[in-house]
Design a protein around this ligand. Structure first.
Ligand SMILES: NC(=O)c1ccc[n+]([C@@H]2O[C@H](COP(=O)([O-])OP(=O)(O)OC[C@H]3O[C@@H](n4cnc5c(N)ncnc54)[C@H](OP(=O)(O)O)[C@@H]3O)[C@@H](O)[C@H]2O)c1
Length: 367
């Protein structure tokens, strides 16, 4: 464990749920903190500097859990020691750093993955599988929002520019990663944001468009607790996650009538508009609302996908699986995707938009 902060502790406790994982060593910039973490978490060793951890021959993989602005330096340290790395989200604070790490991991042929744990929790894996099975048809719209009320502290990692602050890097990255997971690479993106006094974004709204006309609408905020859910709407139905979208316990699937954009549906739509505007129909609908709701609910299914602990165990198991099979990247969270997402984040944070309709032209991301 490289870093001994809040998420490192939660991650270490998640490892306790995996019988074939062992927390060998913790590291901190301070020996006192390292020793405290070792005792709290039952690690074998404590190091007062990160390099010593990377050089420990008994350590098979390193989990980087320092503030985002230090990920590049610390992942580089681990890769230089030829240790497989799982690096907390966001992968880096800009695409230049992400490119450097992707190049290094590929040149050194060492496993590396962004710790986008959301992609590995059961409900999000199920969401991906449902979409891939075609059960909701072609995805036309995805919306996701994630917001927490984060007390303003100009020196803390959420608001300090030097530590990689901003709601997009901290929370929006989940929404972007979900959009990429479900819809792939967008062709255009546009964002509006509100700056915090330190200059980093305290909230942001992002729109993405896709080659087939699908859209994504994403929101992140440090100013308000939002609904923290995702909704994926397709031509045959929709899927909603419960909250929080990075580790939901439940999916709600709703199937609706196919072909609602066909000419026949257009005619049916006109009839529907005419009938639903008729006072008698409106009254009947109100009277029979409970029955109608029961009929509609017949097409509604709830899938419960709860799990023990925090949920970081799934990404850890993926690292073990990949390293065990000599894979250099996880097919679920490829390095090229982390780089693409960082490239989009750069553009959304600086100019507020990107246009990749003529191709992103990113050789590394395409590999
Ligand atoms: N996956 C998730 O659910 C999740 C949740 C929260 C955060 N995160 C990510 O995890 C990372 C760490 O977040 P956190 O909430 O655990 O932060 P945190 O509690 O502030 O811990 C960060 C750790 O980084 C180390 N560090 C090294 N250099 C530092 C510096 N210059 N300033 C501050 N800390 C420094 C510190 O460890 P030592 O002092 O012991 O060296 C500190 O304990 C961030 O990238 C964040 O985005 C992920």
């Amino acid at each position: 464990m490289l870093g001994s902060g809040a998420v490192a502790h939660d991650f270490a406790r998640s490892l306790e749920l995996l019988p074939d994982h062992e927390l060998i060593a913790v590291s901190s910039r301070s020996l006192e903190r390292a020793n405290r973490a070792r005792e709290d978490l039952g690690a074998k060793r404590a190091y007062a500097n990160y390099r010593a951890l990377c050089e420990d021959p008994d350590v098979d993989a390193i989990y980087v859990a320092t503030p985002a602005a230090l990920h590049c330096e610390h992942v580089d340290l681990a890769l230089s020691a030829r240790k497989p790395v799982l690096c907390e989200k966001p992968f880096t604070v800009n695409s230049e750093e992400a490119r450097k790490l992707v190049q290094k991991a590929r040149t050194e042929r060492v496993f590396c993955m962004e710790a986008m744990w959301m992609r590995f929790v059961p409900a999000i894996r199920e969401l991906k599988a449902e979409v891939a099975s075609g059960s909701i048809g072609e995805v036309r719209l995805l919306s996701a929002e994630l917001g927490e009320l984060v007390p303003y502290d100009p020196a803390g990692r959420h608001f300090a520019p030097a530590l990689g602050g901003g709601s997009l890097l901290d929370l929006g990255v989940y929404a972007l990663s979900l959009a990429w997971f479900i819809l792939g690479r967008p062709i255009k993106g546009h964002a509006f944001s509100t700056p915090a006094p330190t200059g980093v974004d305290s909230q942001m709204i992002i729109s993405l468009t896709y080659p087939n006309g699908a859209l994504a609408s994403l929101t992140c905020s440090f100013e308000q607790r939002l609904r923290n859910m995702a909704f994926v709407a397709g031509t045959l139905g929709s899927i909603a996650t419960d909250s929080p979208l990075y580790s939901p316990n439940r999916l709600t699937l709703i199937r609706h009538t196919p072909g609602s954009f066909s000419p026949e549906a257009g005619k049916r739509g006109k009839l529907h508009t005419f009938l639903s505007g008729h006072p008698k129909v409106v009254q009947l609908r109100r009277e029979y609302a409970p029955l109608l709701r029961r009929i509609i609910r017949g097409d509604r299914k709830t899938k419960r996908l709860s799990y023990p602990g925090y949920g970081y165990q799934f990404e850890a198991a993926e690292v073990a699986r990949c390293v065990g099979q000599n894979l250099l990247e996880s097919p679920v969270m490829m390095l090229g995707e982390s780089l693409e997402i960082m490239t989009a984040i750069d553009a959304l944070r600086t100019s507020g938009e990107f246009d990749w309709s003529a191709g992103a032209g990113d050789d590394l991301a395409n590999r």
